[in-house]
Design a protein around this ligand. Structure first.
Ligand code: G
Ligand code: G
Ligand code: MN
Ligand code: NA
Length: 254
């Protein structure tokens, strides 16, 4: 309850920040993108992780305004890094179901792309399977409208939802993100290894790119690379970083 009241004021008080976690091409070892992850710098509670407030923000509907801020901030930051000569990276932003259902989703995306002048191909919108569960027809239309703006669409936490696979052939998806629960035991558990290699094959057969989340060890990285996974994201390479630290990392690697 205390959190909810403060959450309403957090946007005006400029208390949110984005951290960025690098996404690395497994063939070249280069940073090719980053996922923007929100944190709340509460004046008394300190740094509040998203798990403590995203749910409340969804219930109260505040996620629509917070999500719009995330999108705008992530796109502006990416464009600034590109203009500084730090590379043509792609930024991934999480979209909650509430935002997906909002009437002004497309207009909001359009205005952010116009205002920031970010190439839409350098933006990726992360969706979860739960978005596709209920009534599928409006979802298909909305996804095509998003795609027509030129942005990339990915499925986050792939394999953990309850939706059917049939949407993969009908929806204009570009990327599957293998959930980190499958990656964790990939080198010890034959079933998890089978699931991960199957997701990689599924993605590639559908001409989708595939990125593994939660990569924490060299063994996991080697396994994923040798099985043709395209990209990885995880603590082994880097935790999510504050913008200035992410920028330092980019400068060091150039
Ligand atoms: O950053 P962290 O690992 O603590 O993220 C925890 C969860 O919060 C993840 O499931 C992530 O998808 C979610 N999350 C982080 N940032 C955002 C955001 O900007 N919007 C939404 N909807 N979820 C986010
Ligand atoms: O949006 P999504 O649910 O995929 O959010 C990514 C979450 O995963 C964030 O909370 C991020 O901090 C977390 N994360 C990123 N890399 C790792 C990792 O290597 N291990 C673990 N356990 N969590 C990670
Ligand atoms: Mn995500
Ligand atoms: Na995930």
């Amino acid at each position: 309850v205390r959190i909810e009241g403060a959450l309403r004021n957090a946007l005006e008080r400029n208390e949110f920040v984005l951290h960025y976690q690098p996404q690395v091409d497994l063939k070249t070892g280069q940073i090719v993108g980053m996922e923007a992850l929100i944190r709340w710098k509460h004046p008394e509670l300190g740094m509040v992780p998203p798990n403590r407030f995203i749910g409340i923000a969804e219930e109260t509907g505040l996620i629509v305004q917070i999500g719009a801020w995330v999108l705008r901030t992530a796109c502006a930051q990416n464009k600034a890094w590109q203009d500084a000569g730090l590379g043509r990276l792609r930024v991934a932003v999480n979209l909650s179901a509430r935002q997906f259902g909002a009437a002004d989703l497309i207009a909001g995306l359009e205005s952010v792309l116009r205002d920031t002048a970010l190439d839409p191909d350098c933006l990726e919108i992360e969706l979860t399977e739960s978005l596709f569960m209920s009534d599928v027809t409006p979802a298909v239309e909305l996804l095509h409208r998003m795609k027509s703006l030129g942005v990339n669409l990915s499925i986050d936490d792939f394999g953990t939802g309850y939706s059917s696979l049939s949407y993969l052939s009908r929806f204009p998806i570009d990327v599957l993100k293998i959930d980190r629960s499958f990656v964790a035991d990939i080198t010890h558990d034959a079933n998890d290894a089978a699931i991960v290699t199957s997701i990689i094959a599924l993605a590639h057969n559908l001409k989708l790119a595939v990125i593994a989340e939660g990569v924490e060890t060299l063994e996991q990285l080697d396994y994923l690379r040798s099985h043709g996974c395209d990209e990885m994201q995880g603590y082994f390479f880097s935790k999510p970083l504050a913008a200035e630290d992410f920028e330092t990392l980019l400068r060091q690697r150039r």
